[in-house]
Design a protein around this ligand. Structure first.
Ligand code: ADP
Ligand code: MG
Length: 277
């Protein structure tokens, strides 16, 4: 076979094997090789490296898309000084993703705006980058979809779906009440994942008041039992990060009134800071 025919066949081999990136790179790689005369191993390595990099990037992009994260803020952007109640070392330990290997869970509890969703997604992003399959949903969405699936005779498929990802993020449990059937569906998802795959669950309700989210305290107890058996609990008690701007503006306003430039008469008495009296 002459050189040209071999080249053509090589290209079609690469196409047949769907090594698209390597096929595209081939002419340039050969031209380069004419000049630099690399060894056989070196040449093959360089060519396949292009393919591996392209495949890795494609898979990452696909895992990211499938995860359905509503934001992409990384953990590095989380300001720990703004939230002193968070144990930073605990979060850093979680960021090693050992908990996913151990099929353990994370329960993040705290009032609105303290960064529960951001942390859950940031850890989810780390997991996606490390090669894990991750899926983000809210508790309300999870039960709505599961109930619909049950009605439409797709129960097994849906259960397989919720069991698929190695990390399932269930955000915002507790904002909406969960009547009996919804609670039972959530229980099914959580108990099927028990010791199979990790869950990050965020909630604005302390464990003690989970009875109020669910009509049935037995279901609440059963869910907690599965969830907490292998779990880290991250309790965040701080001010809302969303409200910071407002608080800062309020503080500026107060400071301005406390020390009026013209030395106004009304400042203290009208603001009435209790410690001034
Ligand atoms: P929660 O889920 O607890 O209600 P979020 O995670 O949605 O709170 O946080 C509200 C907003 O504030 C988001 O835009 C989030 O990125 C941001 N945020 C919260 N806490 C922090 C923090 N410590 N550092 C940086 N951004 C934060
Ligand atoms: Mg949230």
């Amino acid at each position: 076979m002459n050189k040209h025919a071999t080249y053509q066949q090589l290209r079609s081999h690469l196409a047949y094997l769907k090594l698209t990136a390597a096929a595209e790179q081939l002419p340039a790689a050969l031209e380069q090789a004419e000049k630099t005369k690399p060894g056989y191993t070196q040449f093959l390595h360089a060519l396949l490296d292009v393919e591996v990099t392209a495949t890795r990037e494609r898979r990452l992009a696909s895992r990211l898309r499938l995860a359905g994260f509503p934001s992409t803020k990384p953990l590095e952007e989380f300001d720990f000084t703004a939230q002193p109640s968070i144990d930073r070392r605990l979060v850093e330990e979680l960021a090693t993703l050992r908990f996913i290997e151990e099929k353990a869970n994370l329960l993040a509890i705290g009032p609105p705006g303290v960064g529960k969703t951001m942390l859950a997604i940031a850890l989810g992003l780390k997991a996606v980058h490390a090669g894990y399959r991750v899926y983000y949903t809210t508790a309300a969405d999870l039960v709505a979809r599961t109930s619909r699936a049950a009605l439409e005779g797709r129960w097994q498929t849906t259960m397989r779906f919720w069991n698929g990802p190695q990390l399932l993020v269930i955000d915002e449990l507790g904002y909406l009440p969960m009547p009996g059937e919804a609670a039972a569906h959530l229980f099914q998802v959580i108990s099927r994942r028990y010791e199979h795959g990790s869950i990050i669950l965020t909630t604005n309700r302390g464990i003690a008041s989970w009875g109020e989210i669910f009509d049935d305290s037995t279901v609440a107890a059963a869910i907690l039992d599965r969830l907490l058996h292998h779990a880290t609990v991250l309790q965040i008690d701080g001010d809302s990060y969303r409200m910071r701007g407002h608080r800062a503006r309020l503080a500026t306003l107060r400071a301005g009134l406390d020390h009026p430039a013209e030395g106004g008469e009304f400042s203290r008495s009208h603001l009435g800071n209790s410690h001034d009296r």
